[in-house]
Each structure stands twice: as C-alpha cells, then as structure tokens.
Design a protein around this ligand. Structure first.
Ligand code: DGL
Length: 279
C-alpha cells in the first residue's frame, strides 16, 4: 500500500450530470473514495466559449490538486471536448475524459451513429472526429440539445414539455435511421426514462460513463494507485447553492447528501503556463 492509493478520485461536472459517472465509478470501483465537484454557479457549460470552459477547468483542477486527488475523471463531455488536451500536461495526476471511451464504444456497436450533446460539444466536433478517426466508414450525426441541461437542473424530467423537446431533438436522428445513440452529455442519462419511450428498441444506447469507469480502473491498476483499504464516503462540493444540489441529487443517490460550498480561486491560475495553451 503506498501513500497515494488511499487518496480520492476527483470527479467534476457543471452540475448533477456527473452523478451518472459517479454511479458507474461506484459500481465498478467500489473501494475508491471520490471528491465530487459541481460547478453549479456557472452552469450550463454547454453555452460557454472554449476560453471560459478552459478557465473553469483549470480552476477546478487546481483546487482538486490542492485537495490531494490521485486522479481526475472529467464527468463532463463539454470539458472533455474543449479542455482535456490543453490541461492534461499541466497536472501530475492522470486526467480522463469521456469522448474517446464513448467514441470507441459507439464504433463497436453500430454503423449509423447519433450523438446528442451540448451546443459547445457539438460545435467542437469532438465526437465526430474521434469516431471517424477510429473508423472513417461509419456515418455520424450530432444534435445539439440546449434545453436538456436546464430542464434536468430544474427537475422537470417528467414534465410533458421535456418529452416534446426530446421528440424534436431526436427526430432528425430517427429520420437518419441511426442504430446507435451516444449520450454525449453526462446529464442526459437522467432522461433515459423519457428517451427510451421515444427511441425504437433497435437503437443501442451508449453511455460513455460506463467506459470511462472501466478506463479509470485499468489506469489505477496500471499505475499501482488502486485502493485496497476501506473507502471514505463521497465528499460533495458545489460552487452554487449546496441545499439545492442536495435536494435535486437525492433522487439519484437515494439520500440527500451533505454538500459543501467551495470558492474556487482564479488567482491560483497565475502559476499556470497559460501562454502554452491555445485560448
Ligand atoms: N454535463 C456536462 C456535459 O457532459 C455539462 C452540461 C452543461 O452544463 O451544459 O457536457
């Protein structure tokens, strides 16, 4: 047992979307302790620019480094698409994103692939590029779903309006006869009960969370960082209202968690070689 093995894995998202990744990590890595951060004061990330996302991600990673994490899983496709490549080399712990694991899984499943994601993720073309690099012969269509994250964060999942919005977003993909659909935003698996009533059963749903958890397990073992002792309870932190996050997340965690409010410091960014990243 080395001193790092007991440390936490940092997991972050703009809000409750990352809980879909947390669930998979808890299922596949039951011994690992987790530090969860939701940047709820600044969501949705999907409408932000690349420069903003990069700034937020640097602040979160710097804070997590200070908390002593041994690895970070970006439980946010928008951050993975827009900032992962730029920040990876700036920290001395492994940082995992969702795009590549999701793209690989989709290509294993189908030939006509749809990806639903935030406007920023779609504009980045991250899924299309990753998929076509693996197999240039598959067809890929991406649909931006700007209303989904606000509807989920406002707890309007089962509202009839949400179902109507979902039908509108999915129709162009159904017209293309997709056989596979990627949840290209970690919030969207929370909509599974609604989406599954719209999608034909032949469409295979790919949740990148499952595959990033597998990758995290592999990487921890490879680096000798996997925990063999008792885990600590997950620590939840947000930049916005802790009570609100606790109440909203109760439906997925089976209990309302204790949530701390944290203040991220942008001053710490002064030590970052920001000029080395392309804003
Ligand atoms: N859940 C995140 C993602 O996977 C961010 C969504 C948002 O805040 O717009 O992209």
């Amino acid at each position: 047992m080395n001193e790092f093995q007991e440390k936490r894995i940092g997991v972050f998202d703009s809000g409750v979307g990352g809980l879909t990744v947390l669930k998979e990590l808890e299922r596949q890595l039951p011994r690992e302790s987790i530090l969860y951060f939701g940047d709820t004061a600044r969501l949705p990330y999907g409408k932000r620019s690349k420069a903003e996302i990069l700034q937020f991600v640097l602040e979160i990673l710097t804070w997590m480094a200070g908390e002593g994490v041994k690895m970070v899983v970006m439980a946010c496709n928008t951050s993975s698409a827009l900032a992962l490549d730029e920040v990876r080399a700036l920290f001395d712990f492994p940082i995992l994103g969702l795009i590549l694991p999701g793209a690989r899984a989709a290509v294993r499943q189908g030939r006509r692939i749809g990806a639903i994601a935030t406007p920023a993720t779609v504009a980045s073309n991250a899924y299309r590029q990753a998929i076509l690099e693996i197999d240039a012969d598959v067809r890929v269509w991406q649909v931006s779903c700007p209303e989904f994250v606000p509807l989920i964060e406002e707890n309007r999942i089962y509202h009839p309006y949400t179902r109507q919005v979902a039908m509108d977003y999915l129709q162009p993909l159904l017209d293309r006869q997709i056989d596979t659909l990627i949840y290209g935003c970690t919030h969207y698996p929370h909509l599974a009960p609604v989406l599954k009533t719209i999608l034909p059963s032949r469409v295979c749903l790919v949740n990148p969370a499952y595959y990033v958890a597998k990758a995290a397990l592999r990487e921890l073992k490879l680096l000798g960082l996997d925990n063999t002792r008792e885990k600590h309870p997950t620590r939840f932190c947000v930049s916005g209202d802790p009570q609100r996050f606790s109440q909203l997340s109760r439906q997925w965690l089976q209990e309302a968690p204790n949530v701390e409010k944290v203040y991220l410091s942008s001053a710490r960014l002064a030590s970052m070689p920001l000029n080395s990243v392309d804003l």
